[in-house]
Design a binder for this molecule. Structure first.
Ligand SMILES: [Zn+2]
Length: 329
């Protein structure tokens, strides 16, 4: 599960032992995978972050509501963006924020009215979108996701670049209803289409389209206004991200409200800019890789320097984004 991050599991001692198996330094360089050789000098064995540290980062982020339609509200704040459907059939959530925010999240939902919590849909397996699965399930929600979300939640993962170690989720946090390609729901007068995207940010990404309100949640296949994270350990790639964004662009119109996994509410123009930025970045890093530049050399070349002031202010700076592109090309 962590094959792309396996370099981190080599201790300095193991590397030196491996080196001792070869006659000299040049042989060592040839024998080790290029990415490992490049990464090693820059990666002293830092202990991975844990979920406890990661949760604390979102701890006090306020929850801000934005009305999307009569029955639909966008909540931004402590984790990936959440949509709440609230009406006569009850409440349905798309994504569930992070656990330290649960009390505030629950209060926000309770303040919307007495309708019971019925469903929660996970856009993908990442913890900042599924961390309250266990709490919303206990509060009455049936959990729904693409089948890989459930599978990934049962595994341990070490997220590349973020250096975040995640343990398997408890059984009560696993989606009870899963699907492979698509799933239709009728809820609060809306027709929802849930569709699997080919591996993009992970191999578990879905979009959730509320057809009547013309609202689309894209999960982390869309970061509005910033470079994105790409999870190579669970099937993500820059090519998949570009393909996913392109597929969604063909599905939306100029009035579609597009909810990204992270960042402010967007529209077709925002998604086009994001997709075009990824294409530009991919082409530049591809050129370096084709010229046999190592990962470290490609990062050091700063191929996205002119884009960084606009796109590099979020979780991913230019160096991290180049790393993610290079390793998934
Ligand atoms: Zn994610």
């Amino acid at each position: 599960m962590v094959s792309s991050s396996s370099a981190k599991f080599f201790t300095r001692r193991q590397i030196l032992q491996t080196a001792g198996m070869f006659a000299g330094g040049s042989l060592l360089t040839q024998a080790l995978p290029r990415s490992l050789a490049a990464a090693f000098p820059q990666q002293p064995a830092a202990a991975p972050d844990t979920i406890v540290t990661a949760r604390a980062r979102f701890g006090s982020t306020p929850i801000e509501p934005t009305k999307l339609a009569d029955t639909l509200t966008l909540l931004t704040g402590p984790g990936g963006n959440v949509i709440v459907s609230n009406g006569p059939d009850g409440k349905l959530l798309v994504d569930t924020f992070t656990q330290l925010a649960w009390d505030r999240f629950k209060k926000t939902l309770d303040d919307m009215g007495k309708a019971p919590l019925k469903f929660a849909i996970d856009t993908h397996w990442h913890w900042d979108h599924t961390d309250n699965n266990i709490n919303v399930h206990a509060a009455g929600a049936t959990l729904i996701s693409q089948e890989n979300t459930r599978k990934r939640l049962t595994e341990s993962h070490l997220l590349d670049v973020l250096n975040l170690q995640l343990d398997p989720s408890p059984a009560d946090a696993l989606p009870a209803h899963t699907f492979k390609q698509s799933y239709q729901m009728h809820f609060n007068g809306e027709h929802l289409t849930l569709g699997h995207m080919a591996p993009a940010h992970t191999d578990s990404d879905i979009y959730v389209h509320f057809q009547k309100a013309n609202v689309l949640h894209m999960g982390d296949v869309f970061f509005n206004g910033s470079y994105c994270y790409i999870d190579s350990g669970t099937g993500g790639s820059i090519g998949g991200m570009i393909a996913g964004a392109t597929r969604m662009l063909a599905m939306v119109d100029n009035d579609t409200k597009i909810v990204p996994g992270h960042g402010p509410l967007g529209n077709k123009s925002d998604l086009t800019k994001f997709r075009d930025m990824m294409r530009t970045a991919r082409d530049r890093v591809q050129k370096l890789k084709a010229a046999k530049k190592t990962l470290a050399e490609s990062v050091a070349a700063k191929p996205l320097a002119d884009l960084d002031p606009v796109w590099g202010k979020g979780l991913m700076n230019g160096d991290r984004f180049v790393h993610l592109i290079y390793t998934t090309l």
